[in-house]
Design a protein around this ligand. Structure first.
Ligand SMILES: CC(C)(COP(=O)(O)OP(=O)(O)OC[C@H]1O[C@@H](n2cnc3c(N)ncnc32)[C@H](O)[C@@H]1OP(=O)(O)O)[C@@H](O)C(=O)NCCC(=O)NCCS
Length: 85
């Protein structure tokens, strides 16, 4: 992962249940200065428990604080990936 990829974990009661990367590199199809949400995974043993949805909801206040210079974030999703979509 290049330096632009900032690794994060999703914790529940101090146990890691998932991870994701906040990518500060700029891609051609994104607005200038936008972030990328990449490699977003919830451990298969913990999927379907609401952790994915909770993580995404928690991202907004976290990003506003930790990445206050960036006002947009992009996530690419395969439209056949129903749970992610
Ligand atoms: C996609 C992923 C992050 C979702 O996390 P999760 O914790 O399992 O999802 P949640 O339990 O928070 O469920 C979120 C919503 O998706 C729905 N959902 C979950 N699994 C689903 C499935 N297999 N098919 C359809 N909908 C599904 C839930 O019903 C819920 O919807 P609701 O709020 O309307 O009830 C997780 O499945 C995952 O890590 N998948 C493998 C990696 C991946 O595809 N990452 C995304 C790349 S863009």
């Amino acid at each position: 992962m290049p330096e632009s990829g900032h690794k994060h974990v999703v914790l529940v009661d101090d146990a890691v249940v998932g991870f994701f990367v906040i990518d500060t590199a700029n891609y051609g199809f994104c607005s200038k200065g936008a972030l990328g949400l990449r490699a977003f995974f919830i451990d298969s043993r913990h999927q379907g428990k609401g952790y994915g949805k909770f993580s995404v909801a928690a991202l907004k206040p976290y990003l506003q604080q930790a990445y206050s210079q960036n006002s947009k974030i992009y996530l690419t999703v395969n439209c056949k990936n129903l749970s992610a979509y």
